[in-house]
Design a binder for this molecule. Structure first.
Ligand code: 13P
Ligand code: SF4
Length: 309
């Protein structure tokens, strides 16, 4: 395959040709963010997917995100640059095991983080994202027992914020769990003015040091609104592309991971490249599909989330 020399123009042309919208998550590489029509956190992206009048949705993110777009738009073509772009949270919560787990708590409401497969969504009562999890739990009756899956770190954070006791599925994000409390504290000694901003998927010892905790969109907004000039960013460093664009005069330092390894980039998100995005649009493949029965069952808790957000 001969690739066009100017991929940006080629992608713009394909957008017109297909009547396509390109949605991208903040953890995508900078080039993909620059070609996207909309960049957002998981909630923003699903709201955008629910309201688009494009015929084709090109989803530059991981599989569960594109799948959510398909659940909301069964008659649209949903393309993803790389079908293997998974997520450790989705993979760490297999449907059969989750079904057995659920059986142990028959009276519990199931609130699932959007980072899960359609099968898990189909077994859930309400979906939430990192930006609305607290708000959604607070809208359930106080005496209602709840299972929260699959991220134990977000679950623990929500428990702390709401004062509720949740039954947690023990899943985690391989990116956010690698941040090192020790390395962050050390970094802070040489950057005493820097504010630590963190995603709630981080482990509790890291969250304890955070000046601000929020979803990717909230972290971006906070970095713009804060009077501070320097930030230690404890989430996937793809977000720094937008932070730097919005406030070029500020400094953003990616939070260090254990042993200072470069493992804070999400290997799943980074499977997507601008070349693969172009090829997906050109070939109208790979396409995200799912069985209609699961789609319908997964749609209900997503709609509930959108109504409660
Ligand atoms: P948000 O963008 O919703 O904060 O999610 C972060 C994440 O890890 C997505 O996979
Ligand atoms: Fe999943 Fe973590 Fe990657 Fe987000 S950053 S897609 S939660 S593995």
């Amino acid at each position: 395959h001969q690739l066009p020399t100017d991929l940006f123009t080629a992608i713009e042309n394909l957008k017109q040709e297909l009547n396509a919208v390109v949605l991208a998550h903040y953890y995508q590489e900078g080039d993909i963010q620059d070609v996207a029509d909309y960049i957002g956190d998981s909630l923003g992206l699903s709201q955008k997917a629910a309201n688009t009048d494009a015929d084709v949705i090109v989803f530059a993110g991981v599989h569960f995100m594109a799948e959510t777009a398909k659940i909301l738009n069964p008659n649209k073509l949903v393309l993803i640059p790389d079908l293997d772009a998974g997520c450790s949270l989705a993979e760490g919560c297999p449907p059969e095991e989750f079904s057995r787990f659920k059986e142990r708590y028959p009276d519990h409401l199931v609130v699932s983080y959007i980072n899960c497969t359609a099968e898990i969504k189909a077994m859930s009562d309400i979906i939430c994202t990192s930006s609305n999890a607290v708000k959604i739990i607070n809208q359930t009756p106080e005496e209602q027992p709840i299972i929260f899956a699959p991220d134990r770190n977000l679950g623990r954070y929500v428990m702390k914020e709401t004062g509720r006791d949740l039954v947690l599925w023990e899943g985690s994000c391989i990116v956010h769990e690698t941040f090192s409390e020790k390395a962050i504290v050390q970094l802070k000694t040489t950057h005493p003015e820097a504010e630590i901003i963190a995603h709630p998927e981080c482990e509790e010892p890291v969250l304890r040091h955070a000046n601000y905790i929020g979803s990717t969109t909230r972290l971006l907004k906070y970095s713009q609104d804060s009077s501070q000039k320097e930030f230690i960013v404890a989430t996937e460093p793809g977000i720094i592309h937008q932070m730097q664009k919005a406030t070029p005069e500020k400094t953003f330092i990616p939070a260090p991971a254990m042993n200072n390894c470069a493992c804070n980039e999400c290997p799943y998100m980074r499977l997507n490249t601008l070349e693969k995005l172009y090829l997906a649009m050109k070939n109208r493949s790979p396409e995200v599909t799912l069985p209609e029965e699961i789609r319908q069952a997964a749609l209900k808790p997503i709609q509930k989330m959108l109504a409660m957000s």
